[in-house]
Design a protein around this ligand. Structure first.
Ligand code: S3P
Length: 177
């Protein structure tokens, strides 16, 4: 049975990538990585701090470096920061080394999940209406990139276990075909 070397979980902030990655990894008996976590550890500061001190461009460079590094590593599930698939270099690295899975959630779910926390610098300092507008706008802009994924999983209303199961099933179907 052929297995992909890596499964990259992509999607918008709040889609559940970092929650589902360890659950899926356990099912597959693989390791897992979270690109944001690795960036944070390396920089010794939080994502909002990196944005504040170095700016978004530097953050995107760090993100590209981590994706390049992860793409060379062994089998694993990778929770990828929400903006990374917009970069074609990141995209080709992911496509060349594994399967990409788009965890799709509605703007409403995104808003409910990420609204109260301040860990997303791109949405910080906005009022409710501005946040909803920005989420809608960003989703519209990003959707074409996310939709290039090998698999698309509807994650609204499903728990991490069920979603991980569905991904395993999809990967299995693909292997058999
Ligand atoms: C970002 C998503 C965040 C983090 C950074 C930028 C984005 O990751 O990388 O705040 O551009 O969508 P999550 O998708 O894990 O929240």
């Amino acid at each position: 049975m052929m297995s992909p070397k890596k499964v990259y979980l992509i999607g918008f902030m709040g889609a559940g990538k970092s929650t589902i990655a360890p659950v899926l990894a356990e099912r597959l008996g693989w390791d897992w990585v979270d690109t944001d976590r690795r960036i944070k550890e390396r920089a010794g500061m939080s994502i909002p701090e990196i944005f504040e001190y170095y700016g978004e461009n530097r953050f995107r460079e760090m993100e590209g470096e981590v994706i390049a590094e992860v793409s060379r590593e062994e089998q694993g599930v990778v929770a990828v920061g929400g903006g990374a698939p917009m970069d074609d270099r990141n995209w080709s690295r992911m496509k060349d080394t594994g399967e990409t899975v788009y965890l799709e959630v509605s703007p409403k779910t995104i808003f409910e999940r990420i609204s109260p926390d301040g860990s997303r610098p791109l949405l910080v300092g906005l009022n409710e209406e501005e946040k909803i507008n920005k989420i809608n706008r960003m989703l519209r802009d990003r959707h074409p990139s996310y939709a290039r994924a090998d698999y698309r999983i509807d994650c609204d209303g499903a728990g991490p276990g069920a979603i991980a199961e569905e991904i395993v099933r999809e990967l299995g179907n693909h292997e058999e075909s």
